[in-house]
Design a protein around this ligand. Structure first.
Ligand code: NIG
Ligand code: FE
Length: 398
């Protein structure tokens, strides 16, 4: 079965990962007046619409833009309850505090599986309807062995990109025994979660885990076959980025407060595909009223940048990659091309995936049709539901 997607005003393909020197403006590539053929769930052909080969069925895009599906490489979707009162208090002047996580932990532990599964499915559907075709999902609101094992098992029902985040905060009951909690995380909790997870993450921040603790969690995760990623430098300057780079993490996420040494460490962390990506989460700064990360400084240094939502009930409850693109463009001065590349190819780099985030021949046929002639519309028409159709692995899913 083959499908011709034709009369595409702008077809954003991005550079194929093996030919991409980095993800500055160079990561973005697009064709105009183009077409694309899907066969067996993969991109089989792209080129000028007039030269397109025949296919079993055709979709006429009427001059609208087609983009690779968004790759949202950072989300916390397994939880119960909500924290809108905390958000309202923040907007009235109360600063964000990592301690709010403990409220969600209590609600999550108390929720039956069905409630967690339904909430997760609803958020994954929301994401799909906004163009996200690959999502990462973390545990981290259970913080006991059975509650974390349940979280990773539920996450694995919606994505292969499952992250064990037992080291989110020290939970109630362990305040006087941090070492005891870390032993639990690196021992029985990790053993229970590793079989269903691909990644290990740690919140390296004042009020959560320090550099030595974070390094120990990542090392234990690695020994159990998981790949590291880190919540780093979100609430203030700190060691998170250095810990991430030293551990060979695929990504350091947040990167809101960086020193020159942090930027250098990211820039020299390795070639695209093996280095540490800076994943920026502008929805968090929007929702916590913090300063936005300095994307221009990172891009100027040659750091690979990704954009993701961080969808969670505390610091940022949006599932919208289009919103993140618009914020990156308006508030972080990324060009529209840079922002779209970061939200697609950048996310793929942050998950060490070469099959998604671009529409080169052979890529998984994950694509979205926009209600607008170019990718620019994502930032030019902020807040407007522009995603008209979504294909995942060649199947129309929205
Ligand atoms: O990425 N920073 C740590 N974790 C989440 C916030 C979780 C919460 O507040 O519930 C984040 O912002
Ligand atoms: Fe997060």
């Amino acid at each position: 079965m083959s499908t011709l997607i034709t009369n595409v005003g702008e077809l954003v393909t991005n550079a194929p990962p093996d030919r991409d020197p980095g993800l500055g403006p160079g990561g973005f590539a697009a064709l105009t007046g183009a077409a694309l053929v899907i066969e067996d769930g993969r991109v089989a052909w792209t080129g000028p619409a007039a030269q397109a080969p025949a296919a079993d069925e055709a979709v006429d895009c009427g001059g609208c833009a087609v983009l690779p599906g968004f790759v949202d490489s950072h989300a916390h979707l397994v939880f119960a309850g909500e924290r809108s009162a905390e958000f309202a208090a923040r907007m009235a002047g109360t600063p964000y505090q990592a301690g709010g996580i403990r409220g969600t932990v209590a609600a999550t532990r108390a929720a039956p599986d069905g409630v967690l599964r339904e909430n997760l499915a609803r958020l994954a559907r929301e994401m799909l309807a906004q163009g996200t075709t690959t999502l990462e999902c973390k545990s981290g609101y259970g913080l006991t062995v059975p509650d974390e094992a349940r979280a990773v098992a539920l996450a694995a029902e919606v994505t292969p990109e499952v992250t064990f985040l037992g080291a989110h905060v020290v939970p109630p009951g362990y305040e006087g025994d941090r070492a005891g909690y870390l032993d639990l995380v690196c021992g029985p909790m990790l053993s229970a979660c590793a079989p269903q997870a691909r990644w290990v993450d740690v919140f390296c921040e004042r009020g959560a885990f320090d550099a030595d603790e974070a390094a120990a969690v990542l090392a234990a995760g690695r020994a159990a076959g998981l790949l590291p990623r880190v919540h780093a430098n979100q609430l203030g300057p700190g060691p998170g980025v250095q810990v991430a780079v030293a551990a060979g993490a695929a990504a350091a996420d947040h990167c809101t407060y960086l020193s020159d040494a942090d930027v250098d460490a990211l820039a020299s962390s390795g070639a695209p595909g093996s280095g540490t990506v800076a994943t920026l989460l502008p929805g968090v700064e929007f929702s916590t009223r913090q300063p936005y990360p300095d994307a221009r400084r990172l891009l100027a240094a040659g750091v690979t940048v990704a954009l993701a939502t961080d969808c969670n009930p505390g610091s940022c409850f949006t599932s919208s990659m289009p919103l993140c693109v618009a914020l990156a463009v308006r508030e972080m001065r990324m060009t529209t091309q840079e922002a779209v590349a970061a939200a697609t190819a950048g996310g793929a780099r942050a998950l060490r995936r070469t099959d998604v985030g671009h529409l080169g021949v052979g890529a998984r046929a994950d694509l979205m049709l926009l209600d607008g002639p170019s990718h620019t519309y994502l930032a030019y028409r902020p807040g407007v539901p522009l995603v008209r159709a979504v294909w995942r692995a060649g199947q129309r899913e929205f």
